[in-house]
Design a protein around this ligand. Structure first.
Ligand code: PXP
Length: 240
């Protein structure tokens, strides 16, 4: 089975930093350690409210990182401008609601669809690989293809919640599997992310056709106890 790449999301290193308004722990240090310990990409989400990563982080990280930076952004004019300027190799367009704790659910591809199509076109022309963060359903896969995205990232949050609560996840697993198969058939590169732990990543890595996992909250939390090196290596071992 082809290898699944590991993207390490370091947003929550910035969350800890911002809790005290100091300049540590430094997300750049985390990004460079993730690279050193085998991450295939680093993900950061520049939110409208800058609750974790800020533009200075983006600038510093993109300058120093040698593996691809995956920038998550909402489909807004402000974020488009920043992304066009900074030219991250990977971009993932995500929905954003001010009051949410984290990204709740995938994009609504029918909301301001024309603008979304324009953003995708401009980012691709600017040589960024564009991914759309979507729910695991066939319509969104097809719409993503029609919007000319390079990749889709399947929102695994619901599945991971069921796994964490030891509930029956079979239906959600099948939904994700069907979405992946259909996406592959249409020629989309498939990624998966949100809420992944060792256990849920292990289960999902049995599905053929996933090219990349993006993992943050659990990974950063686990690193408090055993360090980024051990956590990243363990994830890589699980998803290989
Ligand atoms: N993928 C996307 C598109 C996300 O928005 C997030 C959360 O920022 C993640 C993956 C990572 O999710 P988690 O932090 O729960 O691992």
């Amino acid at each position: 089975m082809p290898k699944i790449r590991l993207g390490v999301n370091i947003d929550h290193v910035a969350t800890v930093r911002n809790a005290r308004g100091e300049d540590y722990p430094d997300p750049l240090r985390a990004a460079l350690q993730a690279e050193k310990y085998g991450a295939e990409s680093v993900t950061i989400h520049l939110r409208e409210d800058r609750r974790h990563i800020n533009e200075s982080d983006l600038k510093r990280i993109i300058t120093k990182l040698r593996i691809p930076l995956n920038l998550e952004i909402a489909a807004t004019k402000e974020m488009l401008k920043i992304a066009l300027k900074r030219k991250p190799p990977f971009i993932c367009i995500v929905p954003e609601k001010r009051k949410e704790i984290t990204t709740e659910g995938g994009l609504n591809l029918n909301y301001r669809r024309k603008f979304l199509a324009t953003i995708i076109k401009k980012l691709k022309k600017n040589r960024s690989r564009v991914s759309l963060f979507i729910e695991p359903n066939l319509k969104d896969i097809k719409d993503s293809k029609n919007l000319n995205a390079d990749c889709v990232e399947i929102h695994t949050g619901k599945f991971c919640n069921l796994v964490n609560k030891n509930k029956n996840y079979k239906k959600e697993f099948v939904k994700i599997k069907n979405a992946i198969n259909y996406g592959n058939k249409l020629g989309l590169e498939i990624h998966a992310g949100h809420g992944l732990t060792y256990k849920s990543a292990r289960i999902l890595s049995n599905i053929q056709g996933i090219k990349e996992f993006n993992i943050g909250h659990f990974l950063v939390g686990e690193s408090i106890f055993v360090g980024l090196e051990r956590t990243i290596k363990k994830f890589k071992n699980i998803i290989k």
